[in-house]
Design a protein around this ligand. Structure first.
Ligand SMILES: [Mn+2]
Length: 417
């Protein structure tokens, strides 16, 4: 069965500004990663015997710093030509026509769709048509699909589009359109770009984001790559995501509740990194480590971030599954929960508060007068924290428990510095 490969958001030669800030960052390796991932994409197309490679925008990160970016692409596209792979691409917000001032002619197997109007390319040998329009300028705020042509009946129809759909968190709302409009268009496959996380938004017909080809920061963590689409002369028969990244970004949360010493924390971090590194299968793992959970070490960890960072780095050196670079170590622990009994017998404000709350629990009428004040408080709360205003009001007992936990934990934190 014939195959096509759908990729987007390659951001080739993305400069990754700000990496120098990080001590010991493998800057060269990180900067070369977008090229390495393109190499793996080409390899995938050749090995799978793909007929077609579709690139749904943001092939380039912006205007090229020099011509080496364009030459690198020309060379890889020529390799695809030798393997008989045809390429269709269009521009997104990053490589919009108005932003890219340098230009090189790409090999003849590569076809760019117009950024002035929707265009269709028919591959008669495959009985497949690709429709699409690129971005003339960065901020396209109209729905480009309104002018996309009707489906060609009897053929497999693919829509190529750079879009945020109805809006995706963390992504500019460019070329907005509704999912139902795409579904109703009568195409078999919508090859989308712009959103950097892989997502099969809809099946029958398929509406798919492949995600970006290579993560560039910790927000873009997990496997990154492209989608292999199989089709016959009438329909799309399968969709499969393939990891093609050469550097794997990861947020690694490490529970340190059981750790009694900083060495124990190092052990827990080492174990977590061994697991994560195995998932990255020999790629460079770029990890942000977050220490989480209630911990007896909370105050100590917070007091000496430098020691925490070096402890985490030392743990990363002890991982032999693959290379690990620690982007950052974050202390997100909290103080351990206090035993209520201890609170009551404690001296100072902690004990006083605990005793007050115990007394309140045993005195329903006083509690009732407090609760009578709650609607007014809730109103104030809504005024200053509108987003939280819709939270359901718990029953009095649970409310009192929450208040006790919160206040005692805060006080204990203050007392322990
Ligand atoms: Mn984009």
């Amino acid at each position: 069965m014939p195959k096509l490969v759908h990729a987007a958001d390659l951001h080739l030669d993305s400069p990754l500004v700000g990496l120098e800030r990080y001590e010991g960052a493998p800057v060269g390796e990180l900067r070369r990663a977008t090229r390495g991932a393109l190499d793996r994409l080409v390899e995938l197309c050749v090995n799978e015997g793909a007929e077609l490679l579709l690139i749904a925008g943001d092939l380039f990160d912006g205007n090229w710093r020099d011509y080496s970016t364009g030459l690198f692409l020309c060379e890889r596209m020529a390799r695809l030509r030798e393997a008989g792979v045809r390429v269709v691409w269009l521009r997104g917000n990053h490589d919009a026509a108005s932003r890219l001032r340098k230009h090189l002619r790409l090999p003849e197997n590569v076809r760019e769709l117009s950024h002035a109007r929707p265009e269709s390319v028919c591959f008669e040998d495959l009985n497949l048509v690709v429709h699409g329009q690129g971005f003339p300028e960065q901020a396209v705020l109209e729905d480009l699909t309104r002018r996309y042509p009707a489906a060609v009946s009897g053929a497999v129809n693919v829509g190529l589009l750079h879009t945020a759909l109805e809006g995706r968190p963390g992504h500019d709302p460019y070329a907005p359109c509704t999912l139902s409009a795409l579904v109703d268009r009568g195409y078999d496959y919508w090859a989308l770009g712009h959103v950097h996380a892989h997502e099969i938004v809809h099946r029958a017909p398929f509406v798919v984001y492949p995600g970006n080809l290579q993560g560039r920061q910790v927000r873009e963590s997990g496997p990154k790559g492209a989608v292999v689409v199989t089709f016959d002369s009438a329909k799309v028969t399968g969709v499969e995501h393939r990891a093609l990244d050469v550097v794997r970004w990861a947020k690694v949360r490490v529970e340190v509740g059981d750790a009694g010493t900083l060495d124990d924390v190092g052990d827990a971090v080492q174990r977590a990194l061994v697991r994560e590194s195995a998932l990255a299968s020999e790629r460079l793992l770029a990890a942000r480590v977050e220490l989480v959970g209630p911990s007896a070490l909370h105050a100590a960890l917070r007091a000496d971030p430098e020691r925490v960072t070096q402890t985490v780095r030392a743990a990363a050196l002890d991982v032999d599954a693959g290379p690990v670079w620690i982007e950052r170590a974050v202390v997100a622990t909290r103080a351990e929960r206090l035993d209520f009994g201890d609170g009551v017998s404690a001296a100072g404000p902690l004990g006083e508060l605990a005793r007050e709350i115990t007394a309140l629990k045993a005195d329903p009428s006083t509690l009732a007068t407090f609760l009578a004040e709650l609607p007014a408080l809730a109103e104030l709360f809504r005024k200053y924290r509108p987003a939280a205003g819709s939270e359901p009001v718990a029953e009095p007992g649970a409310l009192l428990e929450d208040a006790r936990e919160l206040l005692l934990a805060r006080l204990a934190e203050l007392e322990s510095g």
